[in-house]
Design a protein around this ligand. Structure first.
Ligand code: NAD
Length: 367
């Protein structure tokens, strides 16, 4: 299988789909790799490293010529899709639940598209779980962004000039990103509380040394382990409970999400206004609208002295390691789709069928 790695085109995207490390591993297991010049530069991987790892380097679309697959981080734009040939395998975060137009474009082009988001979260596919690998990076970085904005020290400090109390951090949503945020804030010495609508999470939160905040709201869990959207009544109860508790915290990191749905609104404007000036909110759900009513996706704002960081694509702010992890996820998927470098798509397989969002044979896709 010949695999092409284009330079990413999304705004602010600094990651790359394959690093020299995985290029070299894939080359050793029978793949041919063609990398667009400059593809890894923003993640800290210059062209020479790809050359040494065994990749052919060139300009796009020359590197696409003769390729059986294209691997990317973000979804390709319309211009790039227009250069694809029928039967080409396309892999990336293709946003199958939200970008209907993009998926339709891939389908019309006759490519076979695999969305990293759609890989079933089963044990066998853990090495391909890019949602988790990137959420881990985002959870870590969110706390660093908060610590940087906060006028307070995170750890307790006992000095000759007296004692400084530790920062109090609240993490809302304790999935993969939230748990990493808890662990990172704890490492920095903060006193951490966390909340999630899935009651099963309480134990994980406590095992990381954080307190589970009881907001009196309990949601349901789907078979896949995700939260179901709360009813209007539950949402209002959650917002009211938070409004009461939030002034106790110096930093709030929000990560609450329901796949394919807009981010649940957890923090109303009134709750922000009840926080002390100098408090910080980092809203990791900004990409899907934000957990905070005042979040401005892609921006950082201040409201009544409270900083609200709404950056989208936070993993791209740590492009080297985010790419290293993502690249291993992509390589694991490639090795699954093309054992020993020979493309052999088996749509009876749960991972292949589950991840395929365009171009699957209709009867297997429905199964
Ligand atoms: P996610 O990004 O979809 O959501 C983040 C968190 O937000 C979830 O924990 C969710 O319960 C929470 N949430 C939703 N609505 C909320 C609300 N109104 N208030 C507070 N919190 C709210 O989820 P994720 O981090 O990708 O993963 C969620 C689940 O999937 C976890 O149970 C995780 O352990 C599981 N998972 C399993 C595997 C595997 O088995 N291979 C891999 C990764 C994750």
């Amino acid at each position: 299988m010949r695999v092409c790695v284009p330079r990413e085109t999304g705004p602010g995207e600094h990651r790359v789909a394959l690093t020299p490390e995985t290029v070299s591993k894939l080359a050793a297991s029978g793949f041919e790799l063609a990398v667009e010049r400059g593809a890894g530069v923003l993640a800290g991987f210059p062209d020479e490293l790809y050359g040494e790892a065994g990749a052919e380097l060139g300009d796009f679309p020359a590197v696409l010529r003769g390729a059986d697959g294209v691997v990317r981080v973000g979804a390709p734009g319309a211009d790039e899709v227009a250069t694809y040939h029928a039967g080409l395998v396309v892999v990336g975060f293709l946003q199958p639940l939200t970008d209907n137009e993009g998926i339709a474009r891939l389908r019309e082009r006759g490519v076979v598209a695999f969305a990293m988001e759609s890989i079933p979260r089963i044990t066998r596919a853990q090495s391909m779980d890019a949602l988790s690998s990137q959420a881990t990076v985002a959870g870590y970085k969110a706390v660093l962004l908060a610590a940087d904005r906060s006028p307070k020290l995170f750890p307790m400090m006992m000095t000759a000039a007296g004692t400084i109390a530790p920062a109090r951090v609240l993490v809302l949503g304790a999935g993969v990103a939230g748990l990493q945020a808890i662990a990172t804030a704890r490492r920095l010495g903060a006193v951490v509380s966390a909340f999630d609508v899935r009651p099963a999470v309480a134990e994980q939160v406590e095992s990381l040394g954080a307190a589970f905040l009881d907001l009196g709201v309990r949601g349901e869990e789907t078979e896949g382990g995700y939260a179901r959207e709360l009813t209007q009544e539950q949402q209002e109860a959650q917002q009211a409970a938070l409004e009461e508790r939030i002034p106790d915290f110096d930093v709030v990191v929000t990560t609450a999400a329901v796949p394919g749905r807009p981010a649940p609104r957890l923090i109303p404007a009134a709750a922000v206004e009840s926080m002390r000036p100098g408090s910080v909110i980092v809203d990791l759900a900004a990409e899907t609208g934000g957990n905070c009513e005042l979040t401005s996706p892609g921006h950082e704002i201040t409201h009544t002295g409270v900083a609200i960081v709404g950056f989208t694509n936070v993993p791209s702010l740590m492009p080297a390691d985010a790419s290293r992890l993502y690249s291993r996820n992509v390589a694991a998927l490639l090795q699954h789709l093309a054992p020993s470098g020979e493309l052999a798509l088996d749509f009876e397989d749960e991972i292949t069928a589950g991840a395929c969002v365009a171009g699957a044979p209709p009867e297997e896709a429905a199964a």
